[in-house]
Structures are given as structure tokens and as C-alpha cells.
Design a protein around this ligand. Structure first.
Ligand SMILES: [Zn+2]
Length: 283
């Protein structure tokens, strides 16, 4: 175990990407844990086993990545928001919505059976879509939040770029679903980390220097993420897997945070969301 924990709350891995090499790099650079988010599979989007295959692949990738050793790897599964649009083009919006809702229920079962730790990334498209598509997306998101409530796990939201108003809207959906706001994690959050700014949702902030430096001035109630995509066809298009370890070290070296505050962001926060049993004893 490193001297201090380093947790990345949003990582994708692909068998066709760097996969285990990426995990090893993360570890070598000081990473101690990450949240793996299952990606839509290459399979035919209309196949009945589409989501089952997606989630099972996530389980297998986690399993194999754990073989690197010394890293806590959590898993989130759920219907990716943009999949709704791709399905609707082929089978119409109504049936596409039904399949996404079934996928939300399947994600809840994966968590209840102990195969996954959170439902995500789910939500609504991050770009403009017709009003009826947005309405369907909101119903699917509500369903996912209800599944999280029942499974007792957090939900990880992929939505439009956040503003205080959009976060208030998401928080009221959480209330309607009966899930605690602080168990609703806003992926790709900006530096809106205070409950006043984000209506009490839990921020997972992009690990750029600007966003992180601005966030630490306001407090420690956030996690960092890369959204590492592990796509060999687009190297450098997204943040590298070593970013959160590097940013963490930088915060310490520049005395922007104490070691205690690092523990809060990279350990106590994920523990409070996902459960202490999901992490090795590091304190
Ligand atoms: Zn992602």
C-alpha cells in the first residue's frame, strides 16, 4: 500500500485497449483503487442479451484486472444513455425505452447479487435531443435511481454539463425516486462541489488541474476521475490513466492539501459511498 490512497472514480477498460497494461501503469504511478464503468459491447444492439453481455463483460474485466493485485476495483453497470438513441433508430422510441428500463432492472439485480457495486453510467444524453427522447431518458434515469434505492447502492449520472439549475433538477428526481441525494454521483462534474452549488448531489470531478485546484479551495467533498477510455484508436484523446495519481501527488507537494485531506477525498469519500467492505484496510 502506498503512503496515501489514490482513487479514480471513472475508468473504462477494453480488452482491445491497453487493458492490463493500463491497470499496471495506474498501480505503478501510485493508484490504489478505481471505479470501472462497463462499456456498451460491440454486439448487435438489438440482440436480447445485449445488456447481459455488457454487464457480464464488466464482471470479467474487473476479475482479470484484479489479478494485477494491490488495487481495489469496483464495478458499475447500467444502460448507457446514448444507447437509447441508437436503439430508437432501429426499433422506435417506445420499444427502446422498454429495453432500457429492463436493463435498469438487470443492473439492480447485478448489484443485489454482489456482482456490481453501483448503477452507472446512466442518465440522459449530454447533447440536445428531441423533447420526447429527453422525456424517455428522464423516465429511464428515474427507474435507475429507484433500482439503486432498492439495491442500496449509489447511482452514477452521465448527463449534460452541470449548472446549479440542472443539478437542482437532478436532485428533485432523486427525491422522487426516494434515493438520498448524497448517493447520487454526478460524473463529469465541474468544480460545483458545495451542496449549495450542487443541491447535495455527490460530485465526481474531472481531474484537470483547473477543476481540481478550484475544487480544493472549496472543500473535500468530492472524488476525482479521468473517464479514461482505453481506446487504442484514439490515444491521447482522453485523459491518461496516470492522471489522478499525478494530480494527488501534486496537491501534496504544493501543500494545497494535507495528507489527511487526501485521505478524505481518495478514501473516506469512496468508502462512504460504496461501503468500507469494498476497500482493503488502508487506515
Ligand atoms: Zn464514461
Amino acid at each position: 500500500m502506498a503512503a496515501y490512497p489514490v482513487f479514480d472514480n471513472h475508468v473504462h477498460l477494453q480488452r482491445s485497449g491497453r487493458f492490463l497494461d493500463a491497470v499496471k501503469e495506474f498501480k505503478t504511478k501510485g493508484g490504489t483503487g478505481f471505479m470501472l464503468i462497463a462499456l456498451p459491447p460491440g454486439a448487435d444492439i438489438l440482440s436480447r442479451e445485449y445488456f447481459q453481455a455488457m454487464y457480464e463483460e464488466g464482471v470479467r474485466l474487473r476479475e482479470q484486472a484484479l489479478s494485477v493485485g494491490g488495487i481495489d476495483i469496483l464495478l458499475a453497470v447500467g444502460p448507457y444513455p446514448v444507447t437509447l438513441l441508437e436503439m430508437a433508430e432501429r426499433i422506435g422510441l417506445e420499444e427502446a425505452e422498454e429495453r432500457m428500463v429492463a436493463a435498469a432492472e438487470l443492473a439492480g439485480r447485478f448489484v443485489s447479487e454482489g456482482k456490481a457495486d453501483a448503477i452507472g453510467e446512466i442518465g440522459r444524453p449530454h447533447f440536445d435531443v428531441p423533447q420526447e427522447v429527453m422525456a424517455a431518458s428522464n423516465r429511464i434515469m428515474l427507474k435507475c435511481m429507484e433500482q439503486s434505492r432498492d439495491a442500496g447502492c449509489p447511482v452514477i449520472l452521465h448527463t449534460e454539463d452541470p449548472t446549479p439549475a440542472s443539478l437542482t433538477n437532478l436532485a428533485s428526481m432523486a427525491d422522487r425516486a426516494g434515493i438520498e441525494r448524497n448517493r447520487v454521483i454526478k460524473h463529469h462534474c465541474s468544480d460545483l462541489i458545495t451542496p449549495v452549488e450542487n443541491s447535495g448531489l455527490f460530485p465526481s470531478v474531472k481531474a484537470t488541474r483547473d477543476i481540481v485546484y478550484s475544487s480544493v479551495k472549496k472543500g473535500t467533498r468530492f472524488m476525482m476521475e479521468t473517464d479514461y477510455i482505453d481506446d487504442s484508436k484514439r490515444p491521447g484523446a482522453f485523459m491518461g490513466i496516470g492522471t489522478v495519481p499525478r494530480r494527488t501527488r501534486e496537491l501534496l507537494e504544493n501543500s494545497l492539501l494535507s495528507e489527511e485531506e487526501i485521505w478524505k477525498i481518495n478514501y473516506e469519500n469512496p468508502v462512504s459511498l460504496y461501503g468500507r467492505d469494498k476497500f482493503r484496510k488502508t487506515a
